[in-house]
Ligand binder design. Structure first.
Ligand code: TRP
Ligand code: SF4
Length: 334
């Protein structure tokens, strides 16, 4: 993979599947990065609702709520529809047209060897994923990306194979019909590994997450139950920060000097876990409390406001998408 740092960043495109509320791990990974990027670059960010069907086509009952939740999380965390183009994938039908055209030239063998596909097929037992759409997921993702002709795509490590595939599809398109798209480069998002309340990786499915939309009280309650160094039974026992998930969160959310003093104090039992967790809750609140404030503001603007934001985003996205599709149809003689 080429080094993305070398090429100057032009336009950025990225998406997230709507699958429920975002937690602190999601925030520290993708979302915080998007919020930084929107100030410096031309960004297209979208809710990948069609992608959510690739694994959840049987149960779509929660889809609309999930889209709404995700949009609210986006806006309350600080994504600003005035700074970036914020939209919902299914509102821009050109994603589907380009998906179809790219699907015509994508060898099935490329999709079968996609590591995400192989992993999920091996891991997921309770759902039938032998669907055409699940195999074709990276083709849809390629369409999502190149439709806006971006230079860079901010993604986590897990999406790198999809990006590589997108680049291969683009190269194949170019060799068949001529140059239309820049080859999109990944902009690798460094996402710190956040432990959840039970010490395992923070994940919605483990029921161990702190959500962006949790109330202050809920956050404090959750931290109270969080696992610490299991060998520190009594307040008078010295602790081992390196064995403590609370400490791992401090390293992410708490200023370095404070982390240093917690480290020292824990080892000699000069600080207790209850106080240590209170400090953590306060630090996390420095992110969550402005976010809650913005959420209240947006919710106060009434139900039509979210629709308005998505409509505006769709309009801008469609304009750019239709320019691309004209070039694509021209190149393919359609
Ligand atoms: N596949 C991505 C994920 O699961 C979501 C996604 C869909 C995406 N289309 C995209 C990300 C286009 C970047 C660009 O996280
Ligand atoms: Fe963990 Fe803090 Fe307790 Fe030490 S004092 S064990 S770092 S929670």
């Amino acid at each position: 993979m080429e080094q993305s740092a070398i090429a100057p960043i032009g336009r950025i495109v990225s998406g997230i599947q709507p699958s429920g509320r975002l937690h602190l791990g999601n925030y520290m990974g993708a979302l915080k990065n998007w919020i930084d990027l929107q100030d410096r670059h031309e960004c297209f960010f979208f809710i990948a609702d069609w992608h959510a069907l690739s694994t959840n086509y049987e149960k779509t009952g929660a889809l609309r709520d999930n889209v709404r939740e995700l949009l609210l999380d986006f806006l309350s965390a600080g994504l600003d529809p005035e700074k970036c183009v914020l939209f919902q994938q299914s509102h821009v039908v050109a994603h589907a047209e380009l998906y179809l055209l790219l699907g015509m030239m994508t060898p099935v063998a490329w999709l079968l060897r996609n590591p995400t596909y192989k992993d999920q097929m091996a891991q997921i037992e309770n759902r039938d994923l032998a669907q055409y759409g699940f195999l074709g997921y990276p083709v849809l993702q390629t369409a999502d990306i190149v439709l806006y002709r971006p230079t860079h795509v901010p993604v986590g490590q897990d999406q790198i194979p999809h990006l590589e595939l997108a680049r291969e599809i683009v190269r194949r398109f170019h060799s068949l019909y001529g140059e239309v798209f820049p080859e999109p480069l990944p902009l690798l998002t460094e996402s710190p590994k956040l432990p959840g309340l039970d010490g395992r990786k923070m994940s919605k499915s483990y029921d161990n997450a702190v959500f962006l939309s949790d109330s202050k009280e809920t956050v404090a309650e959750k931290f109270k139950t969080m696992k610490t160094d299991t060998q520190r039974m009594r307040r008078s026992d010295p602790g081992r920060p390196e064995e403590c998930p609370v400490f791992s969160l401090h390293q992410i959310f708490t200023p370095r000097e404070t982390v240093g003093s917690i480290d020292r104090d824990c080892r000699v039992a000069a600080i207790g876990c209850i106080d240590c967790k209170k400090i953590l809750a306060e630090e996390v609140e420095r992110i969550l409390s402005p976010s809650r404030e913005r959420r209240r503001e947006i919710e106060g603007q009434g139900t039509g406001r979210l629709r308005e934001i998505l409509d505006l985003g769709a309009e801008k996205a469609k304009r750019e998408a239709s320019l691309t599709m004209e070039r694509v149809r021209e190149a393919m003689k359609i």
